[in-house]
Design a protein around this ligand. Structure first.
Ligand code: GLU
Length: 424
């Protein structure tokens, strides 16, 4: 008999416990009423569904799916759908809570949600992926809607997946419902600039730090972990701004060149081969080693918990820009804080995606679409406003950027909840 070992999950700690713990520490620092913390530390609704899919080989496989709404005090819930083998209910709950804080910090009128399906999209055919998406959408059809809960892309999902969600929902309603999902392809009501938006938001944050005189972007050494939607565009944008991207990685490993990678060539190689591996003008480097390279900007843009108490003391970056959600554990946070590393926290640094999702939702509801420069300019305004407020609070209170960002966000949600009152 052969035993197949389950691959180790990237989650070493329970992310929902981390998220709740963060909330409690924020509440302590900013003296938020304990009754409100009791409300905010729970998710409003968690739905688990089984998703049977007819596979190409004639078999039927049943996948586990989730949709969680954390909070709707400030508006309908918003958040992506993740397709990944390590998805768990507690991960989805943590990500939903972080979406609530992210939307509040940005000042956009949404609450927080997240969804996930336990699957490996890289091992599914296009047909299987479409059937899985359509069935999952059908299973959660009463949970979502333009005034209720609006999904979007996340790790492992694409514009094509959003198109199937849009179509499935619309076919069931009998008419096209543009506002039900964001991150749609441009041909069916997507927004210009949405695809690049998360990376662009990170770029604007980094420019804001640079404007504070921390260092010059021209020639700054950049390390990007994760080469999906966020990491690949961020590396491209930073290289265009004159930074020296010295290392990038995807799930298969990394590339390192201390004199700077030719990002155009790297992007072309990834496009052609589907991987970074095999790119000539660089040395191979593991994901673990890459995180420890000396640099001005380290941008973890893949999954949670890559910088932990085990490696934080060896991280040699000036600034950590969290392109991913939850890449730094609280244990690592303390170590980095003590060592004076500046952290641009996830709910600030990767909020560009949901901000342009908000623009897409508004454009869809109005059936009136904006120019790309308009989208980017408004995104910059919102990110920079949030950055300035976070920077100011950190200067006033000396809390660190993460605590300041979370503090602003949680206070806004707490205030909305108090103003509305607890029903009935
Ligand atoms: N999944 C992205 C995030 O974590 C985008 C969510 C959205 O656009 O609604 O922020």
């Amino acid at each position: 008999m052969t035993t197949v070992e389950a691959p180790a999950s990237h989650l070493r700690e329970n992310p929902f416990e981390i998220a709740r713990d963060q909330l409690r520490r924020v509440a302590e620092t900013f003296q938020i009423d304990a009754n409100l913390v009791n409300v905010l530390q729970e998710c409003k609704k968690s739905v688990g569904v089984s998703v049977p899919v007819g596979m190409d080989d004639g078999s039927v496989r049943v996948f586990q799916g989730y949709r969680v709404t954390h909070n709707i005090a400030r508006g309908p819930s918003k958040g992506g759908i993740r397709y990944h083998p390590d998805v768990t209910l507690d991960e989805v709950k943590a990500l939903a809570m972080w979406m609530t804080w992210k939307c509040a910090l940005m000042g956009i009128p949404f609450g927080g949600a997240k969804g996930g399906v336990v699957c490996d999209p890289k091992r599914l055919s296009r047909g299987e992926l479409e059937r899985l998406t359509r069935r999952f959408t059908t299973e959660i059809i009463n949970e979502i809607g333009p005034e209720k809960d609006i999904p979007a892309p996340d790790v492992g999902t694409t514009a094509a997946v959003m198109a199937w969600i849009f179509d499935t929902y619309s076919m069931n309603k009998g008419h096209s419902v543009l506002g039900v999902v964001t991150g749609k392809p441009l041909t069916i009501g997507g927004s210009l600039g949405r695809e690049e938006a998360t990376a662009r938001g990170s770029l604007y944050c980094i420019r804001d730090v640079v404007a504070k005189g921390e260092f010059a972007l021209e020639g700054a050494r950049v390390v990007v972990q994760g080469f999906g939607n966020v990491g690949s565009y961020l590396a491209k944008f930073l290289a265009e701004d004159g930074a020296l991207v010295i290392a990038v990685s995807d799930s298969g490993g990394g590339l390192h060149n201390s004199s700077g990678l030719d990002m155009k060539a790297v992007l072309a190689h990834k496009q052609e081969t589907g991987a970074l591996e095999g790119f000539r003008a660089a040395e191979a480097i593991s994901n673990e080693e890459l995180l420890l390279l000396e640099c001005e900007i380290l941008a973890p843009c893949a999954l949670e918990q890559v910088i932990t108490a085990d490696n934080a003391d060896r991280v040699r970056a000036k600034v950590i820009c969290e392109g991913a959600n939850g890449p730094v554990t609280p244990g690592a946070d303390e170590i980095l804080e003590d060592r004076g590393v500046l952290i641009l926290p996830d709910i600030l640094a990767n909020a560009g995606g949901v901000v342009v999702s908000y623009f897409e939702w508004v454009q869809g509801l109005q059936e009136y679409f904006w120019k790309e420069e308009e989208v980017n300019q408004r995104l910059d305004d919102i990110i920079t406003r949030a950055f300035d407020a976070t920077w100011k609070l950190n200067e006033e209170r000396g809390t660190g950027m993460r605590m300041a960002a979370y503090g602003l966000a949680v206070q806004r949600v707490a205030e909305a909840t108090t103003t509305r009152g607890i029903y009935p």
